[in-house]
Design a protein around this ligand. Structure first.
Ligand code: AKG
Ligand code: FE2
Length: 189
């Protein structure tokens, strides 16, 4: 049920959905308008759909996107319950399909967002965390992401550590939902 936190502000929980729900969610994600992630002319191998708000990495702007679809709302509710936050505060949903060989490089999520709750389907993967040490080098932590399990990034894990996801050799899907930060609320209303 509860895994011991590997770093402050990082929580995870297995079994957010069952296998039948997982299959239905994968089909629903694949039925969305998944488009290749683009950044500075470079096209990533992961495919994404955004709801609520989208962030264009080319123009570095957030824009309103289609509302979070009805089929995703029960999952958002469960992710909110796990994270102990109000479901209505999770104003953004990002659906990602990582085909074999696709991952995500080191980053922190955009500062317009505050809490980040993620959920995995398909292949298991490792989420890596790193934080630069004042005297050089990095502290490093790794969280195994089991299919049908969720994770929550807040506090230090959200703000002080970068994260990345190692490429998988089978397809992995993820749903991440985010609340707005104070800075985000000023822009995203
Ligand atoms: O696929 C995931 O679970 C995480 C994706 C991620 O880190 C992001 O979109 O910012
Ligand atoms: Fe991220």
């Amino acid at each position: 049920m509860f895994d011991a936190p590997v770093l402050t502000g990082l929580a995870s929980r297995s079994g957010i959905v069952d296998e039948a729900e997982e299959r239905a969610l994968v089909a629903a994600i694949d039925a969305t308008d998944l488009t290749p992630f683009r950044f500075q002319g470079w096209m990533g191998r992961r495919l994404t759909s955004s709801f609520g708000f989208s962030y264009d990495f080319e123009t570095q702007r957030a824009a309103r996107a289609d509302p979070i679809p009805d089929w995703l709302l029960p999952i958002r509710d469960r992710m909110a319950a796990f994270a102990g936050i109000d479901a209505g505060s999770l104003i953004q949903a990002l659906l990602i399909r990582y085909d074999p060989g696709a991952g995500i490089g080191w980053h922190r999520d955009r500062p317009i967002y505050e809490r980040v709750v993620g959920f995995s389907l398909g292949a298991p993967a490792d989420m890596r965390f790193r934080r630069r040490r004042p005297k050089g080098g990095f502290d490093r932590v790794s969280l195994p992401l089991e299919p049908r399990g969720a994770y929550h990034l807040s506090g230090e894990a959200r703000h002080d550590w970068e994260h990345s996801i190692v490429e998988t050799d089978r397809t992995r899907w993820s749903v991440t939902v985010r609340s707005a930060s104070a800075r985000g609320r000023a822009i995203l209303v």
